[in-house]
Design a protein around this ligand. Sequence first.
Ligand code: PLP
Length: 458
Amino acid sequence: MTALTAFNRTTEQWKQIDTAHHMHPFTDFKALASEGGSRLIVKADGPYLWDSEGEQILDGMAGLWCVNVGYGRKELAEAAYQQMMELPYYNTFFKTTTMPATELARKLVELAPPGMNHVFFAGSGSEANDTNVRMVRRYWTLEGQPERQVIIGRKNGYHGSTVAALSLGGMSAMHTQSGLLPGFAHIDPPHHFQLGWGEDEDAFGIRAAGWLEDKIKEIGPEKVAAFIAEPIQGAGGLIYPPRTYWAEIQRICNEYGILLIADEVICGFGRTGTWFGSFTFDIKPDLMTIAKGLSSGYQPIGGVLVGDRVANTLIEKGGEFYHGYTYSGHPVASAVALANLKILEDEGIVDRVGSDIGPYFQGRLRELSDHPIVGEVRGIGLIAGIELIKDKAKHEFFPNAGKVGTLCRDHSFRNGLIMRGVYDTMVLSPPLIVTRDHVDEMVGKIRRVLDLTAKDVG
Ligand code: PLP
């Protein structure tokens, strides 16, 4: 029961009000209204959600890849309450700080790869990526190479929805609607199933990394500032890198001296079975974007972990850095993030994803490979993609990429499982506290949903 239950509105009334006044993110407003409005989620516990009709839904996406410790954690509510009573807000501008912000910076440095000794806080992943753009350009200016402006990202990479973040990202529909800022370029992702099928995966990994070198040469190495990528590409369709890919990317960045930004917004805080995707894939980034799992979504908070190369230049040569957000290092969000990191540590959640529940989840999902419309199952830890295909033998994809994925997603929602469709890849990223029983329930539901989808398109 929340205070809002006292309004005593019916589901229909809530939907009408929502449709009349609330513009949702990434939504076709008119289409949503014509479908009768949004499903109203009213409570959650562990990996489950409940809607206003009382229906229980297994959240295979941990919200938006973020509720790592699961729903209903009283410790996080307590941390927020205590901090709000003590100091609900103060900023970190103008030579002030708060204990939660300072302690969170220390804790993150302890968890981060060696050589990342500083943190800049933001309110979200998008904001943190804007900070990356600011830092990278400032770094090169201070290093006497101001012409190094271009940041290279990947097609279908997702780094957020502000204008700078969407420019770092490679979502063409976002570029078309909002305009791509100058100074950004994109290469193809290492999507073996779509771009390298039939080719040895290791060889493809090297070839795909080589697209970065090609792009650097095309632009002119003296103009390239940085490369940004997610360790595993999430919102672009769960693109899992061949094992040769990251080492070659690292070599290319080193050779041309360009900065490497790992966007850990999805992969961070245990998702791949280590604290950061950079550990899983042995990436040595100069900057790391964090958000989502940092607070398990209980509070909006993001940030950039800054490696010594960039930090030393900004500190030693930079003077004042004209950048920051009202909510940089927000004390309540920081206190909740600290309590969240404590849960992840105390309960051994990250290790369990790496050694137990992650391998179990991946193994059980791979059993679905025998399904007639499943082309490939890929992933690691508790992040996975199931790519749907029309004809396995001919490696023929469904026409109108996304149509069948949406159909499958809708079946999934109706059958009590949240599974997201990106084009025709079904994506899963459940809370990290799921048990084997939850995984079994998920796999059972997915098989049923795949059967229903196959029937529709058969
Ligand atoms: N980076 C990645 C890899 C993401 O997946 C997202 C969001 O999904 C973002 C950045 C943007 O984060 P936010 O939505 O908190 O701005």
